[in-house]
Design a protein around this ligand. Structure first.
Ligand code: NAD
Ligand code: TYD
Length: 362
């Protein structure tokens, strides 16, 4: 395969690039990323041999030229505006990037791949379980045939992009697959999402803002399991098909937050040096981290429950998540403790200077 990874400097895209370099070093990878606030070149440090292009997926001519010059046969499309809270405050960017950006990529792929000799190709679209809407406590989990019912500007824009991908397959014959996955967590996640935000707040002694009653349920998927799921779709997925990828870890937010608080307490108890590094953490003063829990106003339109029925991925692709939430969370906490420079760079904005710092004078 010769891959174009869009959004490869973001959280999941960067994890995917590292995963693919490690498992398929024979494949060439080009990353196309506009480096929005969520894009960070430092996420790709150590991913040797990856060709990085700073550019916008809405630039159809640029995408077409990359597909031709690099003889790309596989697009893995991560680039998106991805944070629900931001979509509530500013939906326009979500329409632009997630809908028009996806159409631009599809247009370029069609021009490049379907005009010639029709060689095998693949357009893999990375989407979310949020397109299916919200479940009640006893509703069956989302399957690939659950009707779409998106509730936030984010999920509505992702739903629209899923429909475009489907249409480009049915109308023009583009060889597509789509995966709809649950909430990811792991290394390089921008600290605006629940787990990294709460971890970093806990280390600084800042409050942990729990929306509403904290009983909203999400299925937590370690990002490396997600990468394995996409790999399974690329290798064994049927063209034109969609696959739900889950983590097998349906938990109310409060359970995730309690696990996080207890794990931070245990880490400080096991390693006295942490109290010196993070003196403002309650755990540094022998106080439980859970004293930071603060109940705040609920998110507007907050979806109550997401859950994934992963039967198709399991039976057709042989995909099952390798990590329990406890294992995945412990590894994630360790990563954030070991990579303080990464998240400090994100918090103080210096990650934007990464190219300048690392490539100036070369
Ligand atoms: P992210 O916000 O961390 O990264 C998005 C990346 O896309 C950034 O590097 C950004 O610079 C880039 N980008 C944004 N607009 C662009 C544009 N116009 N042109 C080129 N690049 C652009 O997102 P993420 O959490 O890594 O999510 C990746 C994909 O997975 C998204 O499509 C998202 O909808 C989907 N997804 C994420 C989750 C999750 O839990 N994070 C769950 C389900 C699905
Ligand atoms: P988030 O990480 O934003 O992912 P998503 O909205 O895509 O599921 O949020 C996960 C859950 O945590 C969601 O139910 C909202 C909740 N949440 C809080 O309670 N407080 C917070 O500060 C954040 C960011 C999220």
């Amino acid at each position: 395969m010769n891959l174009l990874v869009t959004g490869g400097a973001g959280f999941i895209g960067a994890n995917f690039v590292h995963y693919w370099r490690a498992h398929h070093p024979e494949n060439a990878i080009t990353v196309l990323d506009a480096l929005t606030y969520a894009g960070n070149r430092a996420n790709l440090a150590g991913a040797n041999g990856v060709h990085f292009v700073e550019g916008d997926i809405r630039d159809t001519a640029l995408v077409e030229s990359l597909l031709a010059e690099k003889t790309i046969d596989t697009i893995v499309h991560f680039a998106a505006e991805s944070h629900v809270d931001r979509s509530i405050h500013g939906p326009a960017a979500f329409i632009d990037t997630n809908i028009l950006g996806t159409m631009s990529l599809l247009t370029a792929a069609r021009a490049q791949w379907l005009a010639g000799d029709g060689k095998p190709h693949r357009f893999h679209h990375v989407s979310t379980d949020e397109v299916y809407g919200s479940l009640g406590p006893t509703d069956p989990a989302f399957s690939e045939t659950t009707p779409y019912a998106p509730n936030s500007p984010y999920s509505a824009s992702k739903a629209a992009s899923d429909h475009l991908v489907r249409a480009w397959h049915h109308t023009y014959g583009l060889q597509v697959t789509t995966s709809n996955c649950s909430n990811n967590y792991g290394p390089y996640q921008f600290p605006e999402k629940l787990i990294p935000l709460f971890l970093i707040n806990a280390l600084h002694g800042r409050s942990l803002p729990i929306y509403g009653d904290g009983m909203q349920i999400r299925d937590w998927l370690h990002v490396e399991d997600h990468c394995r799921g996409i790999e399974a779709v690329l290798h064994r997925g049927r063209v034109g098909e969609t696959y739900n990828i889950g983590g097998g870890a349906e938990l109310p937010n409060i359970a995730v937050i309690d696990t996080l608080c207890a794990a931070v307490d245990a880490a400080f108890a096991a390693d006295p040096a942490l109290a010196t590094r993070f003196p403002d953490a309650p755990a540094a003063q022998g106080q439980p981290t859970e004293t930071l829990k603060t109940w705040v106003k609920d998110r507007p339109g907050h979806d109550r429950r997401y859950a994934i029925d992963e039967t198709r991925a399991r039976t057709e692709l042989g995909y099952v998540p390798a990590r329990s939430f406890d294992q995945g969370f412990a590894a994630t906490l360790r990563w954030y403790l070991d990579n303080e420079a990464w998240w400090r760079g994100v918090l103080d904005g210096s990650y934007r200077d990464w190219v300048e710092t690392n490539y100036s004078g070369r």
